[in-house]
Design a protein. Structure first.
Length: 389
């Protein structure tokens, strides 16, 4: 079945009035004019489903308020619905193995294992292709056996090496760290500073990181670094096997990542707001320097489309290049060659969009040719597209 009268966002250009045919869950054919019986796209914009390599929202769904834990099935299903409604068709849910804080804590090893196992159990019934991004804190060697077990069982799709020790990385400015803790966590400033300075001497367990990354590479699991602040840190992460630099906090770190052939990933909320929450490099500055490869949801999946469409409207990037930051670029960075682009043979992961207003409105989303979200748009029947596939 054809869908006609679409503004098609292709990898290299935009087709103002095109058509697309879906068959067997894939894009079978493209045309710049309707062919045969077709559903009417009404001149709406069609772009690939979004690929999010780093979304932290799952922890907020599991525990929306302190000590108010929700059943895992409920939390993951709710996140799945939110992602689909935001146009995300492939998502890597960030799950942290932070410093041990006792059994049952949101970021403790046992809790992280439970969330990851629940994601795996629910994958087949999820609307989006939901995968696990395990965030290994290098100052927490206790997490190694848990992560090794999960990797060996094939439950982890991406490993990132994180170090949130104050005095370096994201929190290299102690005053910024204290301001963030007092503003976001309600912590007393004096206590936050005392705790930060006590943690500054915590030695990273690099020998453990070597073991974790060796196992990840053996399993074919990609590795990312996180909050790189210096070229030296980027080189260390690259030696450990990292191919993605998440949220580099300085231009120098982003430039070194590019020199080493690593993909640079920044947060869509940073791009949308035009600022980093902790006073570090902005996504715009990384983009202006020609060093930006992709944007991720970070802490809000709804920021991805408005961020790239806003940059396109402002004339900072052509529309197809802006859209690539949340579609084909992250897909290629993670090694997913079957999605992220509107092209013959690609998976029919698609987002139908009305971008005529101040904020984009998603009308329908397909994953592998099946409708996973609709706001009621019928296109003279959105469901028919899935059935015809």
């Amino acid at each position: 079945m054809w869908i006609a009268d679409l503004r098609l966002v292709l990898p290299d250009r935009v087709v103002p009035r095109g058509a697309l045919r879906i068959e067997g869950g894939r894009i079978a054919e493209l045309a710049e004019a309707p062919r045969g019986p077709a559903l009417d796209g009404g001149g709406l914009t069609l772009l690939p489903g979004l690929v999010d390599l780093h979304g932290d929202m799952i922890e907020k769904e599991v525990e929306p308020r302190p000590d108010a834990a929700f059943p895992l099935d409920v939390a993951i299903t709710e996140l799945d619905s939110r992602l689909a409604a935001s146009g995300v068709t492939t998502a890597y849910a960030g799950i942290s193995f932070a410093e041990a804080k006792g059994r049952g804590h949101l970021r403790s090893e046992d809790r992280a294992r439970g969330v990851i196992e629940a994601v795996a159990r629910l994958r087949e019934r999820s609307r989006v292709d939901l995968r696990v991004h395990a965030r290994f804190e290098v100052t927490n060697p206790r997490a190694e056996p848990v992560l090794r077990d999960l990797l060996a069982r094939g439950l982890v799709a991406l490993v990132s090496l994180t170090d949130h020790t104050p005095g370096q990385g994201q929190y290299r400015d102690i005053e910024q760290y204290v301001r963030y803790q007092t503003r976001a966590m309600g912590e007393d400033a004096a206590k936050a500073e005392a705790r930060a300075r006590a943690r500054m001497g915590a030695p990273p367990a690099w020998e453990v990181a070597h073991g974790v990354t060796a196992l990840a590479r053996a399993q074919g699991v990609p590795i990312a670094s996180h909050d790189d602040d210096t070229p030296e840190k980027v080189r260390l992460m690259h030696e450990l096997g990292a191919t993605i630099s998440e949220f580099p906090v300085t231009l120098a770190a982003a430039a070194e990542a590019r020199r080493l052939g690593m993909a640079t990933l920044m947060g869509a909320p940073n791009a949308l707001r035009g600022a980093s929450m902790t006073g570090n490099a902005t996504a715009r500055s990384i983009m202006d320097a020609g060093l930006l490869d992709a944007l991720a949801a970070d802490y809000h999946q709804g920021a991805m489309l408005p961020a790239v469409l806003g940059w396109a409207r402002a004339g900072l990037l052509p529309l197809h290049e802006a859209v690539a930051l949340v579609t084909c670029n992250p897909a290629r960075a993670i090694g997913l060659v079957d999605r992220g682009a509107i092209a013959p043979g690609a998976r029919a992961d698609l987002v139908l969009l009305d971008d005529s207003g101040a904020a984009p409105r998603i009308r329908a989303v397909w994953r592998a040719g099946r409708v996973i979200y609709s706001d009621g748009w019928s296109g003279q029947a959105a469901g028919t597209v899935a059935e015809a596939a």
